[in-house]
Design a protein around this ligand. Structure first.
Ligand SMILES: [Zn+2]
Length: 238
């Protein structure tokens, strides 16, 4: 069991940690990996930044268990995009804002990116498929500097904003965050994550409804519900 629970005493984090450990229990090869070298105790590295394949797979398993794709998408469709949707989903799934935001970026059909930052650095970022497919944009990389002049950069200059879980919303542009896409407008929503000490930024752009949307339906929901399956062994894209 992860020993971090004293430092992050929130229910969402605890639920995610337990689900992550269940991933190690259910996924092929994890038990052997975790208790290799005769270790009797496993210090999990939850929190989405691990470079270890097993830890990332356990995180993916936990996200799928706590935030089932079908229900998640249905709830997304009922909410305003961005931070509002993420907060609604976090409430419904009993998950942390960070875990929910990552899942949201993965499953959203919108142009969405979520960025976790600390002071003037990007800790990690996730972009939606529709953003990643844009050839004219550069992906936000982890361990790089936050773009200057953004609401997030200003917010993080005062640690009290983070500690007190304050929030702010601002207008930004694609070019500011992605070195491309011109001055096309983005909503930049920023919230301090309190005791976690980080800041969550949600960047999104409203899209016009796609008249061909129904043609993109696939068997994705079906596969998500088969646990455990080969799906969990697929390498995660970064
Ligand atoms: Zn682990």
């Amino acid at each position: 069991m992860c020993s971090c629970s004293e430092s992050f005493p929130n229910e969402g984090f605890l639920r995610f940690t337990v689900a992550h450990e269940l991933g190690h229990y259910f996924l092929d090869g994890h038990y052997e990996y975790i208790f290799a070298d005769g270790k009797a105790r496993h210090e999990s590295d939850t929190g989405f930044t691990s470079n270890d394949r097993h830890e990332r797979e356990a995180d993916t398993f936990a996200a799928g268990l706590l935030m089932p794709e079908k229900l998640f998408r249905a709830s997304c469709a009922r909410s305003k995009p961005g931070l509002t949707a993420i907060e609604d989903l976090a409430g419904a799934c009993g998950t942390s804002l960070t875990a929910t935001a990552i899942r949201y970026a993965r499953l959203s059909d919108e142009l969405v990116a979520v960025v976790c930052s600390l002071a003037d650095r990007v800790q990690f970022a996730f972009m939606s498929e529709s953003l990643k497919s844009r050839r004219d944009l550069n992906w936000i990389k982890k361990n790089t500097g936050l773009p200057h002049g953004t609401a997030t950069a200003r917010f993080n200059r005062d640690q009290t904003n983070v500690a007190k879980a304050r929030r702010t919303t601002s207008a930004s542009t694609m070019d500011t965050w992605f070195d491309g896409g011109g001055d096309s407008e983005l909503v930049e929503e920023v919230i301090g994550l309190g005791a976690y000490g980080r800041t969550l930024t949600v960047l999104w752009q409203e899209q016009l409804p796609d008249p061909h949307e129904d043609e993109h339906e696939s068997g994705e929901d079906e596969r998500e519900n088969m646990l455990p399956s080969d799906r969990w062994r697929q390498p995660r894209e970064d």
